[in-house]
Design a binder for this molecule. Structure first.
Ligand code: URP
Ligand code: ZN
Ligand code: ZN
Ligand code: ZN
Length: 483
């Protein structure tokens, strides 16, 4: 089957130019002028861009006593409707569970996906089985490993475990990832706030100040440097974390930071809304910050010190959020955003002049495709690339509303926001999933995309080289003459 996208402007991370795009058997086969034959999709007045890649989702994930409400079907339908054609979801092994057992659980759920997907593996506990599991995971095409420095008593790993795991991942050519918050400090602050009667959703924000994120980000960067592994910091929300990333990058370290569309556009005032539900629906970690932190994140995107905009889509219904009435620490952490990331970032990034259309493509698709070794299969408009494409109409507008969304939850954190820049067409491996604005997904169309490790890059990284190599004994015993 042949499809031709006609009369649009191709926009990649590098270039913008007028051209038609021919698609055959799910791949781009020709880019040029005046292409003919097959089904034509009219892109007059539109940008033809690589589909968005959201590298941070939690679909149907067991978490805080419940499951996130969007599964691989509704989650990927939401993604496609908003111009995201690939998600990378986190496999979350239970305590003591083997990594490949957990990966199999994810494969069982993801068969319903409407678009392509890949996985990151979470390292949620440490032992010989995990050491082995990391190698099995790399062989199975899951080459990035997330570590939680928060959620003490549940998912958190300590520094010794972090260092061991980072070294293992580094040796195998993988990518280390961190949720960077100091979980010990968060636990202390949470207990203190609750004891003082501060039980509402605003307590969640008080318990996770920017310092806990800045400290953990810096610690993770230093540990990764000693371990010889590149590091990807998820959901960077504040200047304190951004500053640590900037410093690391300026020193030549392979460190990347990922702000979320939520932190870029919503601020901490949401937690002071008089309606408990309103505030609880926005409880996520890290919490929304003040406008100065927001400005820092935008500056990072504009200057290149922050590389990727994601969502951390981890949606819970109002009913689930109410598990935390009387104790903010029991509100399931997470917000949605999968279908709103592209239009929200286009509106607030390109629409305000902060990002060029090419920079927009870089931070929503191409950069993460390169970081995760998916490029140019994904994240590119090139002959041979998968035809995961968005035809974005910069004049098309809507007001975001839960009443028209694809996500399974009963509200939207961006409710009432007017966005400009919406998909006219979205294609997933050549199949039309959004057709002149109408969502027409096909359950089960999505395929798992495995990724290759990069051992050569990682071997070149560590300034410490191999910490286990024999070191000369310089002196022993006590000083001969005393001090
Ligand atoms: O609050 C959040 N971010 N929930 C999802 C899990 C995580 O920490 O990424
Ligand atoms: Zn996280
Ligand atoms: Zn409200
Ligand atoms: Zn997350």
């Amino acid at each position: 089957m042949t499809t031709i996208i006609k009369n649009g402007t191709v926009v990649t991370a590098d270039l913008s130019y007028k051209a038609d795009v021919r698609i055959e058997n799910g791949k781009i086969t020709e880019i040029g002028q005046g292409l003919k034959g097959g089904t034509e999709l009219d892109a007059t007045g539109c940008y033809v861009m690589p589909g968005g890649i959201d590298p941070h989702t939690h679909l149907e994930m067991p978490f805080m006593g419940t499951y996130s409400a969007d599964d691989f079907e509704s989650g990927t339908r939401a993604a496609l409707s908003g111009g995201t054609t690939m998600v990378v979801d986190f496999v979350l092994p239970g305590q003591g569970q083997g990594l490949m057992d957990a990966a199999q659980m994810w494969h069982n759920k993801s068969g319903r996906a409407n678009c392509d997907y890949s996985y990151h593996m979470a390292v949620t506990w440490w032992g010989e089985k995990v050491w082995e599991g990391i190698a099995d995971s790399v062989k199975a095409g899951i080459t990035s490993f997330k570590h939680f420095m928060a959620y003490k008593g549940a998912l958190m790993v300590n520094d010794d475990e972090l260092f061991s795991s980072f070294r293992r991942v580094g040796d195998l050519g993988g990518l280390a990832m961190v949720h960077a918050e100091n979980g010990d400090v968060v636990a202390e602050l949470t207990a203190k706030l609750l004891a003082e009667g501060n039980t509402g959703p605003e307590g969640h924000a008080y318990s996770r100040p920017p310092q806990v994120e800045g400290e953990a980000t810096n610690r993770a960067i230093m540990i990764a440097d000693m371990a010889g592994v590149p590091l990807y910091v998820v959901h960077v929300s504040c200047e304190d974390a951004h500053e640590a990333i900037r410093r690391a990058r300026a020193a030549g370290k392979r460190v990347w930071g990922e702000p979320l569309i939520q932190h870029l556009t919503l601020d901490e005032s949401e937690y002071f809304h008089p309606d408990w539900d309103h505030a609880a629906r926005r409880v996520m970690s890290p919490p929304f910050r003040n406008k100065e932190h927001q400005a820092s994140l935008w500056a990072g995107l504009m200057s290149g010190s922050l590389s990727v905009v994601a969502t951390d889509h981890c949606a819970f219904t109002t009913e689930q959020k109410r598990f935390g009435v009387g104790n903010f620490a029991k509100i399931p952490n997470g917000t949605g955003g999968l279908e709103d990331r592209i239009p929200m970032l286009w509106t607030h990034g390109v629409g305000t002049g902060r990002l060029t259309p090419n920079e927009f493509v870089a931070v929503t698709s191409t950069n993460i495709a390169k970081i995760l070794n998916l490029y140019p299969k994904k994240g590119a408009v090139l002959v041979g690339a998968d035809a995961d494409l968005v035809v974005l109409d910069p004049e098309k507008e809507k007001v975001i509303s839960a009443s028209t969304q694809q996500s399974a939850i009963d509200y939207n954190v961006f409710e009432g926001q007017k966005v400009k820049g919406l998909p006219r067409y979205v294609l997933t491996r050549g199949q039309v999933a959004v057709d002149d604005g109408a969502v027409k997904t096909q359950e089960g169309h999505g395929k798992f995309v495995g990724r290759e490790a990069r051992p050569a890059v990682n071997r070149a990284l560590s300034q410490w080289k191999d910490l286990t190599a024999p070191r000369p004994v310089v002196r022993t015993g006590i000083p001969a003459t005393g001090v």
